[in-house]
Write a protein that binds this ligand. Sequence first.
Ligand code: HEC
Ligand code: HEC
Length: 234
Amino acid sequence: MKAKYLVWVMFLALTALWVGLGQNALPEGPGRELVLQKCQTCHEIGFVTRERQNRERWDSLITEMQGYGLRLTPEERATILNYLATQLAPGASVPAPTPAQAAAAVSGAAVYNNCIGCHQANGAGIPGVFPPLAGHVPEILAAKGGREWLIQVMLYGLQGAISVKGASYNGLMPAYPQLSDAEIAAVLNHIATQWGNALPTGQSAFTEAEVKAQRGKNLSAQQVLAARGQLGLR
Ligand code: HEC
Ligand code: HEC
């Protein structure tokens, strides 16, 4: 019950954002509405519309999404699988995305390539040098103000002594003001859901609007460090 309710809340929050962006790129067919309802709470519908897969592959993709927190009844799952396996089968043609849709289809995994050199592909970082993101981002998200603070780390960087899971760090996290709001939201959603990480109960995916709200604060990396102290991280 509760999980269903949360998915619904996430849906409502994000629909407002994505309405009109991706809908037309999904072909008509039974189950289309359900796909729109369920498959764009964590990422744009472009993640779905660009795929052409057979039934078996769609089946395992849905299972993968359930691992990320997608909640479906068995009936809903069957409806969605039928829709995807029929409408987005190999070779199926679909209305070409508009430029706005193409711009919105930002992949968090691609943006994360900027981070791999330090935080590593597996998010484990390098103890004492680069802090881990695996197993750690949810702790930051769970702290009061942690969501906004993560956005500030991306926009303004972080410098100075910190401690993560008992290890000390005193390095420099570069700022990424050159990334778009969509790219920052996408990479944060990526690190919040990879390597066993998950968004805390009740939190939905980062949006461009949230990132935008943190721009223009002109914080220094030291000020971001001071703000970290307010989060009450252990
Ligand atoms: C609870 C969050 C969530 C929901 C809901 C969700 N996904 Fe995903 N999806 C993800 C994450 C996380 C990724 C990986 C993103 C990345 O790597 O940047 C992803 C990636 C994908 C990809 C890209 C291929 C891949 O394996 O990375 C496809 C295709 C996809 N999702 C399809 C779907 C479909 C279809 C639905 C609806 C049935 C759906 N998703 C609903 C979280 C979700
Ligand atoms: C050049 C190396 C480097 C790169 C590239 C880098 N980081 Fe960092 N990151 C660091 C260091 C070092 C710290 C800790 C800073 C300190 O000691 O004050 C850090 C801290 C963080 C933190 C805060 C952790 C905490 O507990 O305070 C997050 C979140 C983070 N990085 C995410 C990212 C993401 C996402 C990217 C890619 C967009 C990225 N980093 C790219 C080096 C890097």
